[in-house]
Design a protein around this ligand. Sequence first.
Ligand code: ATR
Length: 473
Amino acid sequence: APSPTAQIGVTGLAVMGSNIARNFARNGYSVAVHNRSIAKTDALIADHGGEGNFVRAETMADFAAALQRPRRALIMVQAGDATDAVIEEIAAVFEPGDIIIDGGNALYTDTIRREASLAERGLLFIGAGISGGEEGALLGPSIMPGGPAESYAAVGPMLEKVAAQVDGEPCCTHIGPDGSGHFVKMVHNGIEYADMQLIGEAYDLMRKALDMPVAEIGTVFKAWNDTELASYLIEITADVLAQVDAATGKPLVDVIVDEAGQKGTGRWTVKSALDLGIPVTGIAEAVFARALSSSRTQRDAAAGLAAGTLAPPPADAAAFIDDIRAALYASKVIAYAQGFDQISAGSREYGWNVNPGALATIWRGGCIIRAQFLNRIREAYQEHPELPSLLLAPYFRDAVESGIDSWRRVVATAATMGIPVPAFGSSLAYYDGLRAERLPAALTQGLRDYFGAHTYRRIDAEGSFHTLWSSDR
Ligand code: ATR
């Protein structure tokens, strides 16, 4: 038999898998390529074989035989049962010391389970979150690998090479043990949900409060991309709003059904946040807003419900657009602050020791939420690694403080004009709740003690107290 030549293998050659295989080949690695059905493997080699050194593997045994030891295999199939099935097939032909990397969107608890069970068989495992969509996979994604340090040492340099590069630094770093990589990827997607919801609310306000044409709103987003909001999502919002439907001549956004889909990572983020007790209100509102949009039966039935007396539009449109920009930025800061809170809570819960500054660093390029302001987050954590909330970093505190009046005007105007802004509104409520000296939680405690003798603590004495509450005399 010829001696194995491939430095890495990719199995699962749908769009993401074949693009990342090409990315490895373009970076000079010899890549074994495998897919359950050989047609995708052959199509990849036929269409892109000239880009580098691919080794065609028809069976899993061929795949294993093609790989230099320790073998390195990247799995790019659907999360869930397919991933388990493929891991099993690979484990059957790999030997102790070989490395399996799951690059899919696995649930982090599955990754914890898989890492432990493969470790028992002497195999090394990495659960790597990969963000950036098709284009990122080909040209350089943001990669969030979690697993034992030994596994990272064996594949980290290759992953760092194919990742996006920002200011000479790769958008890939070892996140921590077992499920940490997929956990931070999950929260990344949750933040992406919040980011998109906030952008949607800003757009809706310009449409409904200011009656602006779609193209004009697109122009506003384009201009915003030259401000502190500069980011991939703001940039592509301008493109989406500029797109005209060839069939009708209308803005394309006006012929798209207004029901948002979801694949589940936003929902996972919120479920995990509930378990960890972390208020990720921006992300939760974004998940629920998608659910509301898809509640077709209720929406149709509710279409005639009263709006009450609505306020007139803001008198100064230009000033209101500027308020929306400030409200968007402040709400975005809240969404990230909440997401990073969840990451530090997850890190504490599972003992991962995730470095938030390093994470912000690898989110600056490649991924969907890449944005100028991740540089600010990175600086904030570099200065104060133990920051209790991003909101307390001087840069973010100042940014929110300088936008607060705009933020209140936007939320108030939306309420009086009957325009739903769940993410803007809940982010403001979170901010006001966090900074409040006293919260009505004292009353909640009183009620709990009244009906259930749950006891309460006093501000002026140690211990638990119970009152024999008297009913209305
Ligand atoms: P697409 O992006 O085309 O929708 P997909 O349906 O998500 O892709 O599937 C992604 C990859 O998972 C495919 O390569 C698929 O293999 P096939 O081309 O043979 O369908 C692979 N896949 C899905 N389930 C699998 C399983 N149980 N075992 C092995 N590979 C599987």
